[in-house]
Design a protein. Structure first.
Length: 287
């Protein structure tokens, strides 16, 4: 409430920082924070909504992967879309707030290209004509999330590369420093690819889990002949999406052969998916 107080025109950075610290300290911090922020961003008071967007962007900068993972789910993205959509709050949200929300979602498509749901949400806004053209991000825009050297960096695990880099950096020869720069760039690229792989795996497994849970609920009602026509369409759409997720899981499994824990997680998700699809086909055939 203090960080988004509409009666103040200036940002309360001390409160915002404390809010970020609390998000990082709490196990459920990202989930709870995004629920609160969604409520504030939808406020009819322009000042409160704009302050909340500043808090959101600061959290993106300071609260790491757990926050990014929650923020990139449709559950939260839909709350932002409601601020823009004329079917929801778009009819009375101020242009300033709608402009900021559009900038925020667009900036995430640039900073988090691996997050498919963010890309999908933004493309849907353009397709529906809610966003006419990509916004030009202001020069004083809050910077994208910093990229600190990750734990278990390749330089931590590859002793040979670590020694070579240290040797090159101590040299006074320009060509050695150039070689050090190339080595750093190649390692950064390798780590980014590894990070993108982990992100893809987490998102896909999460989507499988959500879809399977929903399919189980709908199938139970289907067997009892208690499923509405709309839910029958949902069930069919879920089965089609699950069919498309199967090859994704196979590809993820081939990428994770060297990581036993990740491979086990993928195979478990694959088993759950196969079970749900098998039950769907059996239920539909029996009807």
């Amino acid at each position: 409430d203090e960080a988004t107080d509409p009666s103040t025109s200036e940002e309360n950075w001390e409160c915002i920082q404390r809010f970020c610290d609390q998000v990082n300290a709490d196990t459920e911090g990202p989930l709870l924070a995004l629920r609160l922020l969604a409520h504030k961003i939808q406020s009819p008071q322009e000042g409160e909504a704009l302050h909340a967007l500043t808090v959101l962007e600061t959290c993106v900068n300071n609260c790491g992967d757990r926050f990014h993972s929650e923020m990139a789910k449709f559950r939260f993205l839909n709350e932002l879309i409601k601020v823009l959509s004329p079917k929801y709050y778009g009819i009375w949200s101020s242009e300033k707030v709608k402009s900021r929300v559009t900038e925020v979602i667009f900036s995430w498509t640039v900073w988090f290209p691996q997050e498919v749901k963010i890309q999908d949400a933004y493309q849907m806004l353009k397709k529906q004509g809610i966003v006419k053209e990509d916004p030009k991000l202001p020069e004083d825009k809050i910077l994208p999330p910093p990229s600190p050297r990750p734990q278990n960096s390749i330089f931590d695990t590859d002793e040979e590369k670590s020694k070579l880099l240290a040797k090159l950096l101590k040299s006074s020869h320009p060509e050695d420093l150039q070689a050090a720069n190339r080595l750093i760039q190649s390692v950064i690229k390798e780590e980014q690819e590894k990070s993108a792989q982990v992100s893809r795996r987490a998102n896909t497994i999460s989507e499988v889990s959500e879809n399977v849970t929903r399919m189980d609920e709908l199938l139970e009602n289907y067997r009892r002949h208690e499923l509405s026509p709309a839910d029958q369409e949902t069930l069919q759409a879920l089965s089609q999406r699950c069919e498309k997720l199967r090859p994704l899981l196979f590809r993820l499994a081939s990428e994770a052969v060297a990581d036993e824990e990740a491979l086990a997680e993928i195979l478990q998700a694959s088993d759950e998916l196969s079970r749900a699809l098998g039950q769907y086909r059996q239920a539909v055939a029996s009807q």
